[in-house]
Every structure is written in structure tokens, then in C-alpha cells.
Design a protein around this ligand. Sequence first.
Ligand code: CA
Length: 233
Amino acid sequence: MENVLIVEDEQYMLDLMNIHLADSHIITVAKNGLEALNLIRNHDFDLIILDVMLPSVDGWTICEKIRENYDTPILMLTARSEVSDKVKGLELGADDYLTKPFEFDELKARIKALLRRAKVNKDRQEGKVVYLNGQFIINNMTRQVRLLNQDIDLTEKEFDLLFILANSPQRVFTRNILIDKVWDYEEDLDLRIVDTHIKNIREKFKKISREIKLIETVWGVGYKFNSEEAIKK
Ligand code: CA
């Protein structure tokens, strides 16, 4: 579960947010800016929900202060709906903006979108590709492949092949291109070496799931990673 910090002074609002968010997030509450900044200094939050109307120091100032040192996603809440407020918030480093009163479904959707975006950015930095809502992970840093929470043991070449495909989903790679990328410097390789390796990867996948077919054959051309298959599962 993701750690969410809510910076808000109104108890009624906090109660409502707790009701709607607490079963799918770990909620921490700060009732003013100083408290918020102290908490952020000592904990890792995945998202900050920041009300603009706060006692003593307003949400804009806190947003700016947070951004001096942290890139945690910030969702601003305010009672006003002027466009200039939105622009101000985004310029101070907020990632999104929601005007009170709002529907909690809308709040949840925004939270989800922000967390997803943050995760995609983080994964890219780590050289990790994730599909199937996290049920398929290939991590180029740790050289790990997981499907449905089970590790798959691949040889070095099998891993390289799969990572190239998964990192550019829906792009069709010819056998020649794959050989160039995976077996560089080795000459005179039979194109069928690619087919053999793909076959081995598929067999290892099949031991975990017969339904999930992530590598697709494009007849007469080569192979592609089927991210649509991955997403719809
Ligand atoms: Ca408030």
C-alpha cells in the first residue's frame, strides 16, 4: 500500500478522506505546514495531498518548500476554482489540482493517476519494465524476471532478448536485429538461434501460465512483445 500524507486542518474533511482512502492507502495526517514538513523530512511518502487553506502558512508556500528538496507527487486541494490558482499551483510544483467540493471518486482517480505516473517514472529510471498490473516484471538492473509472483530463470541471452522486446512493446523486431543486439561481435550465426531462444523463453513462461502469451510471432518478420495482451489480463 502506498503512503499518503494528507495536509489538512478541517477534521470533517479528514474524516471523509479517511473513510474513502484508508482501506487502500496508509494515511498520515498533518494539520499544518510545519507538521507536514517535519513528517516529510522523516518519512518516505508516495503522494502528498495538500490543502491550500491552512492555518499560519498556506498550502502554496508549503508546496514551494517541499519542492526545494523533494519530488514526491503533490495534489493540491482548494476551495477556489480560478484558473490562475491552478496555474499558480502547477508553477509552484504541484502535480495536480482539485477544487473543493469534489467527488471522492474523482479524488481517488487523481490519486491513482499520480501514483501510476510516479511509478512509471521510477521504473524507467531503474531499468524496470512492468506489465499485467505488476504481475510481469523484468528488471534490467537485477536481471530478474517475475511472472505471477514467481521468478523465471533465464539464461543471459534469453534475458537480453526478452528485455529488448519488453522494453519496446508492440514494436516488431526481425531476427537479424535481435541477433545484432543480443549476440554482437559473434559472426555467422544462424537466424534460427533466435527462434530457439524464444521457444525456450516461452516454455519457461508456460510452466507458470499457459494463458499469458507475452511474446508474439509476427509471421515472416520476427517477434514482438504483446503489451496489449499484457494489459488486458
Ligand atoms: Ca483547510
